[in-house]
Design a protein around this ligand. Structure first.
Ligand SMILES: *Cc1c(COP(=O)(O)O)cnc(C)c1O
Length: 397
């Protein structure tokens, strides 16, 4: 399906084809709408797509982060550090567990967590005995953080790494490692919301190479219930019985969603290639505009969940808000990613304030996400670029 230049263009949207629809209809006609065979097929497909040993499918990306935080042992008295330039869920998962949250400011070049600032903050934290238990790097816009460097810091300081890879399935980090393979992390979490790279409507997953994390993730997904004799100390009463050995949730994905996910994963390389082609074309078409794209590191392959530009307000002679509203008036729905999490009222109530993470705050003032999704045509993109051209030339009149 294509969106023509006349109707509103969203910043992102799903691509559903006949094979996706057929896969969903097949499940609807089958015996299992949930807890059936489609879940295992989807989990197998995820492990193959990213090269991890285990994948656990859950109801959404937030549930993926929450179960990962549980599996990593977060609880009262423990600490999680993440980037302020992310969706609130990357930090909320610590609060769900009663753990504390802190942030590490971004590198303005790529808007990912700054590894320099992280290294400094870790050294300071070690000196006062306040090292974090978990660090959550967020692969912003689809470009992976420097995972080798982060892995080396993990070696030195002994924290766990949960990658928030909700933007980044199908990408590779600068060392060539597939996002989700967990070569330098404990777990990686994914979201399959319709604006993300592949969709199951609502959905998420965690990948890991660690068997004991995989067990804990499965327990957290389904009420802490198991029928596995190895995991339970007591004998079961009979074939009907189960034991609840931990406190878990109902974070299951349905078979309807899993079938859609399997079908979507068949097109993952195609989706990411198209996103990259459009991003490259934006880079070229916008090169004379008062905007700056994010830096892409040599060797890294972004999944390009988002195409973000920073508006140079001085050179443009107008504000980011003017550009946003000018685009909306022309039927182009941009977005802003992200309001720094520490400035959200819930986090201010935890003591954070303006000025705590200045790079994320400065970045936020200028950031604008332009439409980018696989079904977007070159014509759609030309329409976005000419709308931007109109808006910027209006400023100079
Ligand atoms: C989308 C997203 C989430 C949450 O995923 P849901 O499936 O919407 O719960 C978490 N972190 C980041 C960075 C995201 O973009």
């Amino acid at each position: 399906m294509t969106v023509n230049a006349k109707s509103a263009l969203p910043y992102g949207r799903q691509s559903i084809d006949d094979a996706d629809i057929e896969a969903v209809v097949q499940v609807l006609r089958s015996d299992w709408l949930t807890q059936g065979p489609a879940i295992e097929s989807f989990e197998d497909a995820i492990t193959k797509a990213v090269g991890a040993k285990y994948a656990i499918a859950v109801s959404n990306g937030t549930a993926a982060l929450h179960t990962a935080a549980i599996a990593a042992g977060l609880g009262p008295g423990k600490k999680l550090w993440t980037s302020p330039n992310t969706f609130v869920a990357s930090a909320n998962c610590a609060l769900y567990c009663g753990a504390q949250v802190d942030f590490v400011d971004i590198d303005p070049a790529d808007a990912n967590m700054s590894m320099e600032l992280l290294a400094e903050k870790l050294a300071d934290a070690e000196a006062i005995g306040e090292l974090p238990d978990v660090v959550v790097p967020v692969h912003f816009a689809g470009q992976a953080c420097d995972m080798e460097r982060l892995g080396a810091l993990r070696e030195k300081y002994g924290f766990n790494i949960i990658e928030d890879a909700c933007h980044a399935i199908g990408g590779r980090d600068r060392s060539g490692s597939a996002v989700g393979a967990c070569e330098n992390s404990d777990m990686a979490t994914f979201s399959f919301h319709p604006v993300k790279v592949v969709t199951t409507a609502e959905g998420g997953a965690i990948t890991t190479n660690n068997r004991s994390y995989a067990h804990r993730l499965r327990l957290a997904r389904t009420h802490g219930i198991t029928r596995d004799k190895e995991l339970s100390n007591e004998d079961l009463d009979g074939p009907w019985a189960y034991h609840q050995i931990a406190l878990g949730y109902n974070y299951r994905l349905t078979d309807i969603q899993a079938a859609l996910g399997c079908s979507q994963l068949n097109r993952l390389p195609e989706f990411v290639d198209r996103r990259n082609a459009l991003a490259l074309r934006y880079d070229q078409l916008l090169s004379e505009f008062p905007v700056r794209p994010l830096t892409v590191h040599k060797g890294s392959y972004s999944a390009y969940h988002l195409y973000v530009v920073r508006i140079d307000e001085a050179a443009a002679g107008m504000s980011r808000r003017d550009v946003f509203e000018g685009m909306a008036a022309r039927g182009i729905r941009c977005q802003v990613h992200y309001i720094p999490v520490h400035l959200q009222p819930v986090y201010r109530a935890h003591g954070f304030t303006q000025g705590d993470f200045p790079a994320a705050e400065d970045y936020y003032k200028e950031a604008l996400s332009l439409p980018l999704f696989p079904a977007m045509t070159d014509l759609d993109q030309d329409h976005v670029v000419s709308a931007l051209g109109e808006i910027f030339s209006g400023a100079n009149q």
